[in-house]
Ligand binder design. Structure first.
Ligand code: CAA
Ligand code: NAD
Length: 297
């Protein structure tokens, strides 16, 4: 197991990604504080974590219910909850933001956090699509040198990869520390430049959008396209199952943002939303999280 001096983590945003990141860090013996806007959101985040840990525990200690509970309780015992971001980062070695995908909200959050986090703390964003350098725009030079992208994948407990995104300003020792920490929590890092979509989403989003356009042209049903990609290309989920899993609002937000002003992607037809996607989002059919998307859940 790779060691890392990072031990106190604060995760801001307790949704599907933030709670997953907190769970994985706590599983690897880190002291974690999970922050969200109110107690209700925190309770939701806590219940995501407990549910996911129970699944892991059931597999690990199949016949032993007491051991399952001990496993879950021990990990949950390392997670504290807070609605006060400044207080929650005051002792952090690493702060990971996983809040709503909105540049202004993220910039304002980091401006607030930079007043309270230790100077040597690493600040990181889990954004799917926004430039890391732009999220750090309001910070001073010293903070920018310790600001990085740490892009996890959904579902966090299961997906091995973390993209480590380097900005123009970030110092090499921060990249090295981030890479070591990713390994220490049992994940595999891939380092890349701060460009739209980094590696995975730059390739995944056109694939998702082209799948939706196949459906719009009535080439095949969603079920048959999913079957084709699972059995013909070996993907664990078909593109429509995956779109529903990620969230159709998230996908629309990403392509709309890049179409409007993504560096090198602006106006590219591959990164244009589609009538079908727009309609589903307008109807509130956002995928698994809303109970309906391309499929009903
Ligand atoms: N938490 C804990 N354990 C979990 C889990 C979770 N959320 N999900 C699965 N598991 C574990 C459990 O032990 C489970 O066993 P039980 O069902 O007995 O509890 C075991 O894994 C197998 O679960 P499934 O049968 O549900 O899993 P599967 O083999 O079908 O795999 C999957 C599920 C990992 C999600 C797989 O379908 C997959 O890899 N799908 C593709 C996901 C993907 O591409 N994600 C990236 C999205 S893009 C992104 O995230 C970036 C972005 O910015 C938008
Ligand atoms: P989500 O909607 O499930 O969770 C977001 C959480 O952030 C909510 O609980 C919300 O209450 C909280 N929040 C919003 N504003 C906040 C603030 N100012 N302070 C504290 N908490 C706040 O979203 P998610 O799917 O977990 O996505 C979070 C981030 O991760 C986004 O940047 C997204 O692009 C990125 N991401 C998403 C996926 C995915 O597949 N969904 C994958 C990788 C990265």
């Amino acid at each position: 197991m790779v060691q890392s001096p990072i031990s106190r983590i604060t995760v801001i945003g307790g949704g599907q990604m933030g709670s997953g990141i907190a769970q994985v860090a706590a599983t690897h013996k880190h002291e974690v504080t999970l922050v969200d806007v109110n107690q209700e959101a925190l309770d939701r985040g806590k219940s995501y974590m407990a549910k996911s840990l129970k699944r892991v525990a059931k597999k690990k200690f199949a016949e032993d219910e007491a051991a399952q509970s001990r496993f879950v309780d021990e990990i949950m015992g390392r997670v504290s909850l807070s609605t006060k971001p400044q207080e929650a980062v005051s002792r952090a070695d690493l702060v990971i933001e996983a809040i709503v995908e909105n540049i202004k909200v993220k910039q304002d959050l980091f401006a607030q956090l930079s007043k309270a986090a230790p100077q040597e703390a690493i600040l990181a964003s889990n954004t799917s699509s926004l430039p890391i350098g732009k999220i750090a725009e309001l910070l001073d030079e010293q903070r920018k040198q310790r600001f990085i992208g740490l892009h996890f994948f959904n579902p966090v407990p299961q997906m091995k990869l973390v993209e480590v995104v380097r900005t123009k300003e970030v110092e090499q020792d921060v990249v090295d520390s981030a890479v070591a920490w990713v390994k220490a929590i049992g994940k595999a890092p891939a380092v890349c430049k701060d460009t739209p979509g980094f590696i995975v989403n730059r390739l995944l989003l056109p694939y998702m959008m082209e799948s939706i356009r196949l459906l719009e042209r009535d080439v095949a049903s969603a079920q048959d396209i999913d079957t084709a990609m699972k059995l013909g290309a070996g993907y664990p989920m078909g593109p429509f199952e995956l779109c529903d899993y990620v969230g159709l609002d998230t996908i629309k937000f990403i392509v709309d943002g890049w179409h409007k002003d993504g560096e090198g992607l602006k106006g590219n037809p591959l990164f244009t939303s589609s009538k079908k996607l727009d309609e589903l989002v307008k109807q509130g059919r956002l995928g698994v999280k809303s109970g309906k998307g391309f499929y009903d859940y």
